[in-house]
Design a protein around this ligand. Structure first.
Ligand code: CP
Length: 359
C-alpha cells in the first residue's frame, strides 16, 4: 500500500500547513483513514467517529477468549517497531498492548544510546533500518517534525511503511488527542455528546503537546467552548489561539481555575513540563499553586463533569480526587489502548473486517 507522499518533494511538503499535509497522508483503500498518523489535523469528525466505533468493537470482541484469539490472528503476519527516544510509560505500553491485541510482533528501541545512533548513525538511517525489518514504526521524539520527515523519507523509499507519531517535540501528540476525544465521547455518550460542551485546560499549556492536538480535535465538534487556565508564562501558544479565532471557536484565556471550574463539562489538567526549560530550574520560579485541582475544585465541579489528565501527574490533581466518579484519568489511560488498537487496525485496512466479523 502506498500513500500520496511519494507524489510531492520534501521541501514543498514541508512548507504546507498541517491541514494541507493531511491530504497526502492517507492511502487508496483506507476509506480516508490515515496511512501515516502525524497530526491531529488529519482527523475529521467522521473519521473520529469511525475510529471510536472500531475501538468499541475491538473492546467488545476481546471480551471473549474466541474473540480475543480472532483479533490476535488479524495482524500476526505483521511486525511493529516502537522507537521511543523520549521517556514514556503510557504511550509506549498502550501501543505495545494494542499491537499484542491485534497479534503484531514488536521490537523496540527506547534509548538511542543503545542503537547505532550512538556510533553516529543518523536518525534517518536508523529509521530506514527499522523499515527493513518492520511493517510499521511507532515513534516518539523530542524533535519537532522528525516523524513527518521520516514518513516522507519512507514513502519515497523502496520499503514504505506507515509511521505513527507517538509525540513529537512540544508540537503534536495526535494519538493522545484521539484517546482524549474517545474518552469524552464515552463520557457524554448518553448525555448528548461532545457538542456544546465547555472544556477547561489547565497547567502548562505553552509546552503541552497534548493540549495543541486536543484543542484542534475539539474544533471538529459543534459549539465546544475552550477555556485556557495557566500562569501567564505558560499560557496557551499563539498558534493554538489563532486556529480557534480563525474557526470562530469561542474561547477564553484566564488565570483563575476556581472561576472556570463551575462552568466546565471537562477539566483537562496538565503537568508543568520542566524538561523543556531553557535554563535549569526556570519553571520552579513560576507560581503554579493556583493551577492545581483538589477538594475545593471538586466541590465546585458539576455532577456530570469529568476530570481528565494525559498523565503522568505530579501534584496538579490531588490524590483525594482519585476515587470520585468524575475522575476519568485512569479510564482515559486505558481508553488509549483501545483507540490505538483501532488506529493500527485501520492503518492496515481492517476497519470493515472487524466491523463485520461475527464476534
Ligand atoms: N500521556 C503520555 O504521553 O504519557 P507517557 O509520557 O507516559 O507516554
Amino acid at each position: 500500500m502506498s500513500d500520496r507522499l511519494a507524489d510531492i518533494g520534501w521541501e514543498e511538503f514541508r512548507g504546507l500547513s498541517p491541514e494541507a499535509k493531511s491530504g497526502y497522508l492517507s492511502a487508496p483503500g483506507l476509506g480516508g483513514m490515515p496511512y501515516h498518523t502525524l497530526f491531529a489535523q488529519q482527523f475529521d469528525r467522521l473519521i473520529l467517529e469511525r475510529l471510536a466505533a472500531l475501538a468499541n468493537r475491538i473492546r467488545f470482541i476481546s471480551k471473549s477468549r474466541e474473540g480475543a484469539l480472532h483479533l490476535k490472528g488479524l495482524l500476526s503476519h505483521k511486525r511493529a517497531m516502537l522507537y521511543f527516544s523520549q521517556p514514556s510509560s503510557r504511550t509506549f505500553l498502550s501501543h505495545l498492548a494494542a499491537c499484542q491485541i491485534l497479534g503484531l510482533t514488536t521490537g523496540s528501541v527506547r534509548d538511542a544510546a543503545t542503537s547505532s545512533e550512538f556510533k553516529g548513525e543518523s536518525k534517518e538511517d536508523s529509521i530506514r533500518t527499522f523499515s527493513s525489518y518492520f511493517d510499521m514504526i511507532i515513534m516518539r521524539s523530542p524533535e519537532q517534525g522528525l516523524a513527518e520527515k521520516m514518513a516522507w523519507e519512507l514513502s519515497n523509499s523502496s520499503r514504505p511503511v506507515p509511521i505513527i507519531n507517538a509525540g513529537s517535540g512540544k508540537d503534536q501528540h495526535p494519538t493522545q488527542a484521539l484517546l482524549d476525544i474517545y474518552t469524552l465521547m464515552r463520557s457524554f455518550e448518553t448525555k448528548g455528546g461532545i457538542d456544546g460542551r465547555t472544556v477547561v485546560f489547565c497547567g502548562d499549556l505553552m509546552r503541552g503537546r497534548t493540549v495543541r492536538s486536543l484543542s484542534y480535535l475539539l474544533t471538529r465538534f459543534e459549539g465546544v467552548r475552550q477555556v485556557f487556565v495557566a500562569p501567564q508564562e505558560l499560557q496557551v501558544p499563539a498558534d493554538v489561539v489563532m486556529v480557534l479565532a480563525k474557526k470562530g471557536v469561542e474561547f477564553e484565556v484566564t488565570d483563575s481555575l476556581r472561576d472556570a471550574v463551575p462552568g466546565a463539562d471537562a477539566v483537562y489538567m496538565t503537568r508543568i513540563q520542566d524538561e523543556w526549560d531553557e535554563s535549569k530550574g526556570a519553571s520552579a520560579k513560576i507560581d503554579t499553586s493556583r493551577f492545581k485541582f483538589g477538594a475545593k475544585e471538586l466541590a465546585l465541579l458539576k455532577a456530570d463533569a469529568v476530570i481528565m489528565h494525559p498523565l503522568p501527574r505530579r501534584d496538579e490533581i490531588a490524590t483525594c480526587c482519585d476515587r470520585d466518579p468524575r475522575a476519568m484519568y485512569w479510564r482515559q489511560m486505558r481508553n488509549g489502548m483501545w483507540i490505538r488498537a483501532a488506529l493500527i487496525a485501520a492503518t492496515f485496512g481492517l476497519e470493515r473486517e472487524i466491523a463485520e466479523c461475527g464476534y
